[in-house]
Ligand binder design. Structure first.
Ligand code: SAM
Ligand code: SF4
Length: 496
């Protein structure tokens, strides 16, 4: 089929209009600006009441988030950061999840002004991995580095359509190699994807092959700014096709869906409001099922992409920390992803106020994990990374700072996904399973992959966690220790 014909067949109007209310989508730009305006200079007491609501793990109202976005007073801001940290601890405790991105193809029919993969960027070296190359990437990620979760990324192109995506997911799950320390079988246990919006039938195909989370970013929630950066005539220029992608995914039976905005395309406070409206819309439409995670990438430099330097909406580090905390407070139960776009020092500053997941040992060139070329090569990747530290290094630092890295992927394999996990998170029960599984999977990882320094720091944290479980949950302690010993004796992939 000609590329042009393929492009014309992607968008199914009926799969947009069915979700509109009175012909309109759920982002009303005027209403968002009006809420930001009317909630200026909020009274400290009002802000403190909102913080209490967050601590009760309730999604905020748009007026409440708008009030937080208007807090300028340094002391009140510190209170917000403090509460964001407490909310995170209440829902996720000291667990952190790591993953790696796997870029399968940089061919793209769109022309997003900010992205090095855009079709008119002629300096980009284009490539789509074969399924064997995809397996090779997964072998390195699972066997040499020790990742268990991936986010697999694709440009939008007929050669990387839903059939190809489904084949790559299957190929990755097939990989089973020896671990770095020769202790067992290394596998990728959860394959999440970040790919362009699809129709319901295509999403059903991905569900069949065991997709973890489906993630897509709206980029900007402003209708006007969206138009400016996504040239007319491209698939991506259709704002509503993208806005309702997750509705279609849920309808197709994928119940872990993830939202995000690319910060730097428009006013950052507006984007936080957009994310909140999106989360609330999903909750309303799907009986409490909100976003599994929220991402908040900032624009990074990219090869031959002058738009980025010219952007008027770049987000400062100070405002970045603020927006992370406000997302945490506004959608208290959601997972929050900070990526290797950000430098290590920024991550250290903002993880405590909200983030629950990060990538490490990251490479974003096509075929970059198995190829022997330098870490970053601008013409092969989408943008330039801020943090290229290894997974071992990142986990070691987490352990020294009191975080336990969880490789738990049990949730979706035993039905703790979607609404079910959300309800558990809201009432603190998921944390119960999660902590036990964090201990077991971290033990496994330390034995299979950790370098000496990380192992030492990891042993300390794992001992602390076990002591805590013994004291606080004596009834599960014996079962935990039985599983723990089985892992020490070489069994793998045991979970509650
Ligand atoms: N092509 C698909 C799409 O657009 O939905 C897949 C995702 S794209 C490869 C992954 C994400 O990277 C985009 O949604 C965008 O938010 C982000 N991105 C693109 N260019 C970027 C840049 N220069 N800096 C940071 N993030 C960028
Ligand atoms: Fe293509 Fe996605 Fe990049 Fe846009 S952001 S040019 S759709 S890869």
């Amino acid at each position: 089929m000609e590329t042009k014909d393929w492009i014309n067949g992607v968008i199914k109007e009926e799969e947009i209009t069915r979700y509109l209310e009175n012909g309109k989508d759920f982002i009303n730009d005027g209403e968002i600006w009006q809420k930001l305006e009317t909630n200026k200079n909020p009274e400290p007491q009002k802000v403190r009441d909102i913080l209490k609501k967050s601590f009760a793990i309730e999604t905020l109202e748009p007026d409440e988030t708008a009030a937080l976005l208007n807090v300028e007073d340094e002391e009140l801001l510190e209170e917000m950061f403090d509460m964001a940290g407490k909310v995170k601890k209440k829902v996720y405790d000291n667990r952190i999840v790591t993953f790696a991105p796997l870029y399968c193809s940089n061919l793209c029919v769109n022309n997003c002004l900010y992205c090095a993969f855009r079709k008119e960027n002629h300096v980009e070296k284009r490539r789509r991995l074969t399924l064997e190359e995809v397996r090779n990437e997964a072998r390195v990620l699972a066997g040499k580095i020790g990742h268990k979760r991936l986010i697999v990324v694709y440009g939008e192109h007929p050669s990387s359509d839903a059939n190809y995506i489904a084949d790559t997911i299957k190929a990755i799950y097939e990989v089973n190699v020896e671990t770095k320390n020769g202790n067992g079988n290394a596998q990728i246990r959860r394959v999440n994807i970040n790919a362009a919006p699809m129709c319901i039938d295509d999403f059903k195909m991905l569900r069949e092959v065991g997709i973890g989370t489906y993630q897509v970013f709206q980029e900007t929630y402003s209708h006007e700014a969206y138009k400016l950066v996504h040239p007319a005539g491209t698939i991506k220029s259709n704002y509503q096709w993208r806005l309702y992608a997750l509705h279609r995914a849920v309808e197709a039976g994928i119940d872990d869906v993830a939202i995000g905005a690319l910060f730097g395309l428009y006013d950052w406070r507006f984007e936080v409001m957009g994310l909140l409206y999106h989360a609330r819309e999903l909750e309303k439409r799907f009986d409490g099922l909100g976003p599994h995670t929220i991402s908040f990438p900032r624009l990074e430099p990219a090869a031959n992409t002058p738009f980025i330097e010219e952007s008027k909406h770049k987000v400062s580090d100070r405002n970045f920390k603020k927006l992370v905390a406000i997302i945490r407070l506004s959608v208290p139960y959601t997972g929050m992803i900070i990526t290797a776009r950000e430098r290590a020092d920024i991550k250290r500053d903002v993880i405590p106020v909200g983030c629950t997941q990060t990538d490490a040992s990251t490479r974003i060139g096509i075929g970059a994990y198995s190829d022997k070329y330098s870490e970053q090569e601008a013409e092969r990747q989408q943008f330039v990374l801020g943090d290229t530290r290894s997974l071992d290094e990142v986990i070691g630092e987490f352990a020294e700072s009191g975080y336990i890295t969880s490789f738990c992927t049990a949730g979706y394999r035993c039905g703790r996904t979607g609404k079910h996990i959300m309800n558990l998170l809201k009432c603190g029960k998921e944390a119960h399973f999660c902590k036990l599984n964090a201990v077991l999977t971290f033990r496994e990882w330390l034995d299979d992959f950790a370098g000496d320094k990380t192992k030492k720091a990891g042993e300390k944290i794992i001992k602390k966690e076990i002591d805590e479980i013994k004291e606080k949950k004596p009834s599960v302690y014996p079962k935990l220790m039985e599983c723990y010993k089985r892992i020490e004796n070489g069994e793998r992939d045991i979970y509650f």
